[in-house]
Design a protein around this ligand. Structure first.
Ligand code: PLP
Length: 382
């Protein structure tokens, strides 16, 4: 079996991640931040350590500004619904995942004005187009860091400086980039970063987060949910302290421990080395697929400007048939269709059928991708 669906969720996970998760349940099974006994303190310690590692990884000095959520979708909803009020203007790109588009469409119904900047058909976005759209009434710009359909990386630092000229905040959906390419929130000018643990950060499903940059006033962000935090138990009002303001309910200790182990695994291997490996895999896939008859590849076709996600179609064949044959006859696991991003497929011209998406991961080898190309060749010819 060759797993090429790492953009949906990375697999396999490093053994260190599995070990950290079972270990925490065996050793530190108390409810973190609730009771004062040793098992509760041990769990809280693991959570705090992971908070520190995440803050350091994304270039934020205060670990309390790392808010754990259950995934990127939850983090994006927290930022969008916590900040935007009726009458506000919000700007986004046309390559967004439904994790961004659906909450925005929902907010539109509540009187928030939405502008969608069209990306080019090759999926890239000229930051100058953001200048034309933002106004003094723009409260938030929200952009994917890299498309989950074609991998294209958007020019976040440039978009940040344009955004800040109007006094708006920049929220970045880093679901496809966290762990895949270096992210320094401070130098890139990112105010809010939504990440997920279960993709390139090598963690388990069920954990993600929103990182609020140093200097961003958290009083501008309302909590999405209210409830018990273990702190200020005498009060029936939600506390204002970070991260408790946004973290009601018992934390996912095992998920956070797994995420921490994933981060440490990335640090040991080196994000530069990981990126180099992924670029080689992308280039090999792009070259191999470009040589096949009837195959059309979407996106910028430049591994320097994208993460390792390759989308293609085959003239005269249904993407679902190809995906099924690759799985059943060759053991190659891809993802076909619209990838929860209909706007992105409209932009690149593959709506409504979608594409076949190949997303290698850190454990994918050059032999694996060569084998996948050979299998696709047979399926295309047949
Ligand atoms: C670009 C992008 N944003 C958001 C998400 C949602 O991530 P999660 O499933 O962790 O909520 C995904 C997941 O596929 C994604 O690719």
């Amino acid at each position: 079996m060759i797993y090429l669906d790492n953009a949906a969720t990375s697999w396999p996970k490093p053994t260190e991640v599995l070990k950290a998760m079972t270990d925490v349940l065996e050793r530190a099974g108390g409810n973190p931040g609730r009771s004062g006994h040793r098992l509760s303190i041990a769990a809280a310690r693991i959570i705090y350590d992971t908070r520190e590692e995440i803050a350091q990884f994304f270039g934020v000095s205060d670990p309390l500004r790392v808010i754990f959520t259950s995934n990127a979708t939850h983090a994006i909803n927290l930022a969008l619904k916590g900040i935007l009020k009726p009458g506000d203007h919000v700007v986004t790109s046309s390559m967004e995942h439904n994790s961004v588009m659906r909450p925005l469409r929902n907010l539109e119904k509540q009187g928030i004005r939405l502008s969608i900047i069209p990306n080019d058909p090759d999926s890239s976005l000229d930051a100058k187009n953001v200048t034309k759209i933002v106004t003094s009434n723009t409260r938030l710009v929200v952009m994917t860091h890299a498309s989950n359909v074609v991998g294209t990386i958007l020019p976040i630092a440039e978009i940040a400086s344009i955004t800040h000229k109007t006094g708006a905040l920049l929220l970045v959906d880093a679901a496809q980039t966290a762990g895949a390419i270096p992210i320094d929130m401070q130098s890139m000018g990112i105010d809010l970063l939504a990440f997920t643990g279960h993709k390139e950060l090598q963690g388990p499903p069920g954990i993600g987060g929103l990182v609020i940059a140093d200097g961003v006033d958290a009083s501008r962000i309302e909590p999405l949910i209210h409830g018990g935090t273990g702190s200020r138990s005498e009060s029936e009002e939600q506390p204002d302290d970070l991260p408790d303001k946004y973290e009601s309910g018992t934390a996912n200790t095992a998920g956070i421990a797994g995420l921490g182990a994933g981060l440490r695994w990335i640090k040991v291997r080196g994000i530069g080395e990981i990126r180099g490996h992924m670029k080689k895999l992308s280039q090999t896939l792009m070259d191999g697929l470009s040589n096949l008859p009837k195959v059309k590849i979407y996106g910028t076709l430049d591994p320097e400007r994208s993460v390792a996600i390759i989308s293609f179609t085959v003239a005269g064949k249904r993407v679902s048939d190809i995906g099924l044959r690759l799985d059943e006859e060759y053991g190659i696991l891809s993802r076909v269709g619209l990838h929860c991003a209909p706007a992105a497929h409209r932009t690149i011209g593959s709506f409504p059928e979608g594409t076949i998406r190949l997303a290698p991961g850190v454990f994918t080898t050059l032999d694996d991708v060569q084998e996948a190309i050979a299998a696709i060749n047979k399926v295309v010819q047949a």
